[in-house]
Design a protein around this ligand. Sequence first.
Ligand SMILES: NC(=O)c1ccc[n+]([C@@H]2O[C@H](COP(=O)([O-])OP(=O)(O)OC[C@H]3O[C@@H](n4cnc5c(N)ncnc54)[C@H](O)[C@@H]3O)[C@@H](O)[C@H]2O)c1
Length: 268
Amino acid sequence: MVQGKLEGKVAIITGAAAGLGEGIAETYVKYGAKICMVDLDPNVDKTADRIRGMYPDAQIITVVANVADKQQMIDAAAKTKEAFGSLDVACCNAGVCRLAPFEEMTDETRDFHIDVNIKGVWNTCQAAIPYMLEEGKGAIVIASSVTGDIVADAGEAAYAMTKAALVGLTRCLAVEYADRHIRVNCSQLGYARTPMVEKMAVESNPEDPESAINDIAVGVPMKRLAKPTEVGELFAFLGSDEASYLTGSQVVIDGGSTLPETMSIGTN
Ligand SMILES: NC(=O)c1ccc[n+]([C@@H]2O[C@H](COP(=O)([O-])OP(=O)(O)OC[C@H]3O[C@@H](n4cnc5c(N)ncnc54)[C@H](O)[C@@H]3O)[C@@H](O)[C@H]2O)c1
């Protein structure tokens, strides 16, 4: 049954074919939003069908587009407005991560992260904001990370740099649009099991990627990774009117992973 937190809202969600974007899309539909699922991967249609299977009343369109291409994002936002009559929420979720030792990381790999993780969010915001200004209100939720702004592991230079940059973008857009009633917040996730994290596990431990994933949970006080729909719940809150006084916030969602000072001291 549809519950109404996002009833009447129209959201564009990038990177919605898999992983967190899929969880965000499912949660947005659960709360009554009409959604445009954007992804580079044409399988986004299959993901939309899966969600329609769970919620037969779901109102979903899909667009195959690259967030790094500004015109494609302008077109995706226009299609959303055309299909549903407004564009109220932008979930800037699409992102990439490739690990490499810094001294071996190519400029191409660096620029790939900048193009998708920074320019992709930039393009999504620039495509969506004109419709929000037209409506006189809106909400943007940006997928930053604990990585870069708070913590980092070796090999994540390009990823960490780009994810930290999104905190700056969040703060500036929050200030710039506050008096025009567009709220801008970012999520800072620890780890969820998604295709991205499965790929990182292979890059970290090619012989036994499963143990690399299990070992992530060891360092998390809650002893588990997040589920994509748990991240979806945060995106739903930040995109809803329940978050009406939140802007410029960085919301850490990490099962406590950034809290411990050591792995050896303490009574546990
Ligand atoms: N999974 C985690 O633990 C984690 C932690 C912190 C932050 N994040 C961030 O959350 C977001 C989603 O991560 P995920 O783990 O679901 O990733 P994922 O790789 O599992 O899924 C990403 C989706 O985005 C799509 N995509 C990639 N590049 C695109 C592009 N240029 N244009 C359009 N779509 C594109 C992919 O096709 C895929 O469907 C990313 O921004 C990531 O940095 C993830």
